[in-house]
Design a protein around this ligand. Structure first.
Ligand SMILES: Cc1cc2nc3c(=O)[nH]c(=O)nc-3n(C[C@H](O)[C@H](O)[C@H](O)COP(=O)(O)O)c2cc1C
Length: 394
């Protein structure tokens, strides 16, 4: 059968180090290094280790022209069955088309190859990032410094030596008060439901369309409270609602034009467990009454920015803008908010029924009432949010 290479592929010579007591006892430095060639494909979840013949075949086979049977020299022909089984080489009419279909759909999506590989292979499943950091002592500045030394300075040093030109300070306006009160919330009130009105206001302000404009061609463009690369607003909001008045706990998609919740099937795991898993064990966030996964639809963006080196970056920036709008909206309503990119993307995709080729989360935000006591540290050096006894009113 005719074969060709998958479309989106990078090869990495990866060195891995591990501590080996036996090496130390034998007089070595206790560090064993292994060097492996890994094939990272945009349609596969995990890297595939490849040997010299397999690398050679991947380098020689075209991703577009089919190779006729019998044209390869014996050593390369011998590499074909395993690469086909792994999905790196694809048959024209395979018995199981799952991997070929994934490759074909990825071709249509017009990713820039390094971005496709970075996103696909940067996703986590079942990672307990919080637990790992805690066990490694990396949740405190002291722990970080004892492991990595002091951080680089807090402000970049210019090298010109030119005198600084001081600027006037801004009078304390409402917007400044809002900015100083914006503080990442790591202490949510688990007993106090979020009222329906504030919940709706949050979604409308952060994710809702202020206008939708028909371009006259059948295409529609949305106007929102945050800017978006190419004006495409590719990023959707998938909600895990835990404690909101008049909203059944569960999973939802938010419709930005209708300003409505679209209920999704009940996930297999209880919501508490799913929240903790989605947030990679960050229990200080998992209690939030509302979690929102920021999920770009890649096809919407790459329709315009085809194979574009900046397209994925624009999606990441879009998520950052949405997050800041969410923080400020929450602060203005007297709520706490957070964002995190330390998430288990694959578990989130599975819970919401997302196909990672089409839609995959970049971050998770959350909001709700703050707790009465601070159990997990927040960064509130001026006491704008917390008094000694609890959160400040207003
Ligand atoms: C992109 C991004 C990712 C973040 N990820 C985490 C996280 O994984 N866990 C966490 O506790 N805080 C996270 N934060 C919050 C930061 O720790 C927080 O913004 C920072 O400490 C400054 O505190 P402030 O937001 O209260 O000013 C994240 C913030 C941003 C912008």
């Amino acid at each position: 059968m005719r074969i060709r290479r998958c479309a989106v592929l990078l090869l990495e010579p990866r060195e891995e180090m591990r501590f080996a007591l036996e090496d130390l006892l034998a007089g070595g430095n206790g560090l064993l290094r292994t060097l492996r060639w890994l094939a990272l494909a945009g349609h596969l979840d995990a890297p595939v280790e490849v040997d010299a013949a397999e690398r050679e075949l991947l380098g020689r086979a075209s991703p577009s022209d089919w190779l006729e049977p019998g044209v390869l020299p014996d050593d390369l022909a011998a590499a074909v069955p395993r690469l086909v089984a792994e999905g790196l080489m694809l048959e024209e009419a395979p018995a199981d088309p799952t991997l070929s279909d994934a490759d074909a759909r990825l071709r249509e999506l017009c990713w820039w190859t390094p971005s496709a590989v970075a996103h696909r292979h940067g996703r986590w499943q079942g990672v307990d990032g919080a637990g790992e950091s805690e066990r490694a002592g990396l949740l405190t500045v002291e722990g970080l410094e004892s492991r990595f030394g002091p951080p680089p300075p807090h402000v970049a040093a210019t090298r010109t030596g030119a005198a600084r030109q001081p600027l006037p300070r801004t009078p304390d306006a409402d917007f400044d008060r809002l900015l100083v009160r914006r503080t990442t919330c790591r202490n949510f009130d688990t007993a106090r439901p979020l009222d329906h009105a504030r919940f709706a206001t949050m979604l409308e302000r952060v994710f809702g369309a202020r206008a939708h404009v028909d371009a006259g061609t059948g295409a529609t463009f949305l106007k929102k409270g945050s800017p978006s690369g190419g004006g495409l607003h590719s990023t959707g909001a998938y909600l895990l609602v835990r404690n909101v008045e008049d909203v059944a706990p569960g999973l939802y998609h938010y419709h930005p034009v209708e300003h409505a919740l679209e209920p999704l099937p009940t996930p297999a795991a209880p919501l508490d467990e799913l929240a903790l898993l989605a947030l990679s064990g960050q229990h200080w966030f998992a209690d939030a009454p509302v979690l929102v996964a920021l999920v770009p639809r890649f096809a919407r963006s790459y329709w315009k920015y085809r194979h574009h080196p900046k397209a994925y970056r624009a999606l990441v920036l879009d998520a950052g803008h949405l997050s800041q709008t969410l923080y400020l909206s929450a602060t203005e309503l007297g709520l706490g908010a957070f964002v995190t990119s330390a998430i288990n993307e694959i578990d989130i995709e599975q819970a919401f029924g997302l196909d990672p080729l089409e839609e995959s989360p970049l971050a998770v935000c959350g909001f709700g009432w703050r707790a009465g006591r601070m159990e997990t540290a927040e960064f509130d050096p001026a006491g704008e949010v917390w008094e000694v006894a609890g959160p400040r009113a207003g």
